[in-house]
Design a protein around this ligand. Structure first.
Ligand code: UDP
Ligand code: MG
Length: 312
């Protein structure tokens, strides 16, 4: 098997017919032995039915079904684990990244890179989606120490050895492009087309995006907690100095002088309390993640795996 194309699907019935047609056409034009693996991430619409029908007609297709929604990155992990190809390509099901761009990634891959990511040219998303992405790209570049233009683009190609490593890692919460880049020995980027979503809705609310960014931040660095720790030390010293200053002033100017500062003190106190809560929250974030990993719960549960061999 030369190529595995992995497609996470969550309620994409409107996009699937066109996607299937264009993916198959692209795959067949490559002169390579390929498979297309759909991972149904607990869709409630007709997605599964559409894919099942297509499997009956096209032996290149496969379907992994989750018992519920586990999120795009877990779906991709399931796809990685099932994939046979020398190269695995991930692509969204919503046609925002055209399947016709896959050969571009493969050509770059032939130059010997372990990961080839797409970056979105004239990205067609709202400004509210672009700003978080911009920040994420900056942060991810810092944390992962691989400078990339676009960490959010999911049209990417990975070499088999790397895919195996990632699957073997078995981490519970992780962001695949960052994980791959942190493990890869060579990474390249190529420009790919990007269109606006014409059918169906985006599956990422602001809350889910935030969650994903937390995965990214805490998953690849301890910097956030280290900054808080340093700030804590600095603030403690400042507080000590300030108290000493108040004491000295009280001794020199008498008790009356300090009364005027009562409300200032309140203000300062609230500042400290706020910082403390922030610190506790951050520690909680890490502790929670340690707990998740230690629990060693499987990332997902597969309901069934369908291919042309076992579909009825
Ligand atoms: N997706 C998924 N599970 C989820 C959310 C999304 O499998 O919980 C899939 C979705 O069907 C699509 C891809 O991940 O194929 C990207 O989702 P979407 O287009 O909604 O993300 P956006 O383009 O808004 O970032
Ligand atoms: Mg999309």
């Amino acid at each position: 098997m030369d190529l595995s194309i992995l497609v996470p699907v969550f309620n994409e019935e409107e996009n699937l017919p066109e996607l299937l047609e264009r993916l198959l056409k692209t795959g067949r034009s490559l002169n390579k032995k390929f498979e297309i693996i759909f991972i149904d991430d607990g869709s409630k619409d007709n997605s599964v039915k559409i894919i099942k029908e297509a499997i009956k007609k096209n032996p290149e297709l496969k379907l992994i079904r989750f018992n519920r929604n586990y999120g795009q990155h877990n779906a991709l992990f399931a796809g990685f684990a099932e994939s046979q190809g020398e190269v695995a390509v991930t692509i969204d099901a919503d046609l925002q990244n055209p399947p016709e761009e896959i050969p571009k990634l493969l050509n770059k891959m032939d130059e010997g890179f372990e990961v080839v990511g797409g970056y979105r040219q004239n990205r067609q998303d709202s400004i509210f989606r672009k700003i978080p992405t911009f920040l994420v790209a900056k942060m991810a570049s810092k944390f992962v120490k691989v400078q990339l233009k676009d960490y959010g683009c999911m049209l990417r190609a990975y070499r088999k050895e790397l895919v195996k490593e990632m699957v073997a890692g078995g981490e519970a919460a992780t962001y695949i492009p960052a994980l791959a880049n942190s493990l890869a020995s060579s990474v390249a980027e190529v420009a790919v087309e990007h269109h606006s979503r014409t059918k169906g809705k985006s599956k990422y609310s602001l809350l889910r995006l935030l969650h994903l960014n937390f995965d990214l931040m805490t998953g690849f660095s301890l910097l956030p907690i280290q900054i808080i720790g340093l700030a804590g030390v600095f603030i403690a010293f400042a507080g000590l100095g300030f108290s000493a200053f108040l004491l000295v002033m009280r001794l020199i100017k008498g008790a009356d002088w300090a009364v005027g500062g009562v409300f200032t003190l309140f203000g300062i106190l609230f500042f400290f309390v706020g910082l403390e809560i922030l610190a506790i929250g951050l520690i909680g974030e890490y502790v929670g993640r340690v707990y998740q990993e230690v629990r060693n719960r499987p990332r997902y549960r597969i309901r069934e795996v369908l291919s042309s061999q076992n579909i009825k």
